[in-house]
Design a binder for this molecule. Structure first.
Ligand code: MN
Length: 204
């Protein structure tokens, strides 16, 4: 059975300073992300046990939800680290920029909507720029916790963690400043490469 594993950060903990502190990155990666990886593996094991023992009653719903929560947390954090870079902050160009213009009205409107998502998440969640394969378009949306409020089949290419653990040690209650600082470290070449890949997906 395949195991989920914690990827290394692609840069040092302090590499995104002053926009994101090394203290936040170390805790966020080594503790929070690691816990989602462990939770994903536990959920896989518990589900296998339930199937093997024929215990497929109502507790199964909780196990399946745990799997969705932890695997989605693992996925989103893995993406978030790669979406950022010490050399980030330029603007998107090429076909990605053209699609952002066409589907979202331009980079300024994309940023404004994602910042608004961060500001208006109730509790814990994420802002995401995703490819929606049915309509063949880019969409900005909230993700509640790690997996709720996501259109089926949508594929995130840029994600911004809006959980308090992502910013509180540095930005306290001023979540808007964290969202603003994020744009200084966005790795647009990474987002553009993902865009090229997800555009090949069509549904149904
Ligand atoms: Mn997080």
């Amino acid at each position: 059975m395949s195991q989920y594993t914690l990827p290394d950060l692609p840069y040092d903990f302090g590499a995104l300073e002053p926009h994101l502190s090394g203290q936040i990155l170390e805790l966020h990666h080594d503790k929070h992300h690691a816990a989602y990886v462990a939770g994903a593996n536990t959920a896989v094991e518990k589900l296998a046990e339930a199937r093997a023992s024929d215990e497929l009653g109502p507790p199964l719903t909780g196990l399946e939800r745990n799997l969705a929560f932890h695997v989605s947390g693992h996925l989103l954090h893995s993406l978030y680290w790669l979406n950022m870079s010490p050399d980030g902050g330029e603007r998107p160009d090429g076909e990605l920029a053209a699609a952002i213009d066409e589907d979202l009205g331009g980079i300024g409107q994309l940023q404004a909507q994602m910042n608004a998502v961060v500001a208006t998440v109730q509790g814990s969640g994420w802002a995401a720029l995703s490819w929606e394969p049915l309509g063949q378009r880019l969409v900005v949306h909230q993700i509640l916790d790690h997996q709720d409020n996501v259109a089926g089949g949508s594929l995130p290419i840029l994600v911004l963690d809006a959980w308090e653990h992502a910013f509180y040690l540095q930005y306290r209650n001023v979540k808007a400043d964290y969202a603003k600082a994020f744009w200084n470290v966005v790795n647009w070449p990474d987002v553009a490469e993902r865009f090229t890949r997800v555009r090949g997906v069509t549904l149904p």
